[in-house]
Design a protein around this ligand. Structure first.
Ligand code: ADP
Ligand code: MG
Length: 392
């Protein structure tokens, strides 16, 4: 669906639920796909995501009183969710709208008050819970809406930080900064190379001509990502604490591969050692991948993507049968340069660099193997690398 059609759809729903939508404003924030640098963002390493043309849209209008009312066309069963002053309950609020409320709450904690609230109807076209960061797109969308509707002087990197803060402290998901930053700072035809320790970033051109970036959704339903994610964070912190006794480092992202191999025996617990190995090597792979992309060396970029998947599978242990099968199959195809799981793991999507004139063959080959073995189909999207948040 095009922007214009989505706008019409939102308007119609807004009128039905909240009345007249003259003077309503429309906003969009993108989802993202991470090319490489997975589970490095809370380890002080680098990430390399890009914003997608898929994202979340909203139709918004100010109210006269202080209420906020939310409705999602993707979760119609939840109906209209109304938030008054007393309904902000960090870590207890478990409805879809808690991603929006968390951002309002985070702004309030910074001393920003909203004497009048908003009516908001929302529609998203990112598959939820698939590692393409629909949650971050909700947070960045809400941050952009508050910025524009109330004239707040807040920058987009700050909106990303507020989104992360709210996801950590309101929604109880201990995520790093990558998802919100990628959504807030997206740039068409560019990947974002971000040092998560300093928030220094640069853009690397990624113009997809001969090759396309294909996202394959495992469509796996039941995932236990929240608890495993928080476990991995703790394990990485444990590793850092031990290594800090032997090296002057602030984060695992400070170590070169060689330095890590010299120190690794200090990590006696084999699980902790594997987690740290991934965090260090994945960070250095990400730095190498950016260089490869700048040099136009897509073969090297693809090779690093494959190594990243192996490390996520064997050392960080966040992959799953479905993603492994998709990658194994992709690796066997001569027109695929690289393929890896993307996002937090345990399902979600893979991302592959595929020769453009072979996209159809790629999809057929993967489906042919996937469906009989897994019992349901995977689905495909061609990634269109797009800009960050905008008003429509
Ligand atoms: P991801 O961010 O990888 O898509 P998460 O589990 O972090 O997965 O976030 C998905 C959740 O975000 C959904 O379960 C839902 O609560 C919320 N969400 C995302 N998009 C929408 C939407 N368009 N409408 C309502 N809720 C949404
Ligand atoms: Mg998320």
């Amino acid at each position: 669906m095009k922007d214009l059609e989505i706008k019409e759809k939102l308007k119609e729903k807004f009128r039905e639920l909240f009345g007249e939508c003259e003077n309503a404003r429309f906003f969009f924030a993108p989802g993202r796909v991470n090319l490489i640098g997975e589970h490095t963002d809370y380890n002080g390493g680098h990430v390399f995501p890009c914003a997608l043309s898929m994202g979340t849209y909203a139709c918004v209008k100010k109210r006269q009183d202080g209420l906020f009312r939310f409705y999602s066309m993707n979760v119609e069963s939840a109906g209209v969710i109304t938030a008054d002053e007393d309904s902000y309950k960090p870590l207890e609020d478990k409805q879809w709208a808690s991603y929006l409320k968390g951002v309002i709450w985070a702004f309030q904690k910074r001393g920003v008050s909203f004497p009048t609230g908003l009516d908001l109807v929302l529609y998203g076209n990112i598959p939820n819970g698939s590692g393409l960061s629909s949650s971050a797109s909700l947070e960045v969308l809400m941050g952009s809406i508050l910025k524009e509707m109330y004239g707040l002087s807040v920058s987009f990197p700050e909106i990303a930080l507020i989104g992360q803060y709210s996801e950590n402290n309101y929604n109880g998901m201990n995520c790093g900064i990558m998802d919100q930053f990628a959504s807030a700072m997206g740039k068409k035809d560019h990947a974002i190379f971000l040092d998560t320790a300093t928030l220094e970033f640069s853009y690397a051109p990624l113009v997809l001509t001969d090759y396309a970036l294909i996202i394959t959704n495992t469509n796996k339903k039941h995932k236990l990502i929240g608890s495993a994610y928080n476990d991995r964070r703790r394990e990485s912190e444990d590793a850092l604490k031990i290594l800090q006794k032997f090296a002057e480092i602030k984060t695992l992202g400070d170590l070169s591969d060689e330095e890590f191999f010299q120190l690794e025996e200090k990590l006696e617990d084999p699980i902790i050692r594997k987690r740290a190995k991934h965090a260090v090597l994945e960070n250095n792979r990400t730095i190498a991948a950016k260089k490869a992309l700048e040099e136009g060396n897509y073969h090297e970029f693809g090779r690093l993507m494959n190594l990243s998947h192996v490390s996520l599978r064997d050392d960080y242990e966040v992959s799953c049968e479905e993603s492994d099968l998709l990658c194994d199959t992709a690796w066997s195809l001569p027109y695929v340069l690289g393929s890896r799981m993307t996002g937090g793991g345990f399902g979600g999507c893979t991302v592959s660099l595929v020769k453009r004139d072979k996209i159809k063959d790629f999809e057929e080959e993967l489906q042919k193997v996937y469906e009989p073995k897994i019992g349901y189909r995977c689905s495909f999207y061609e990634a269109e690398i797009a800009d960050g948040p905008r008003e429509l």
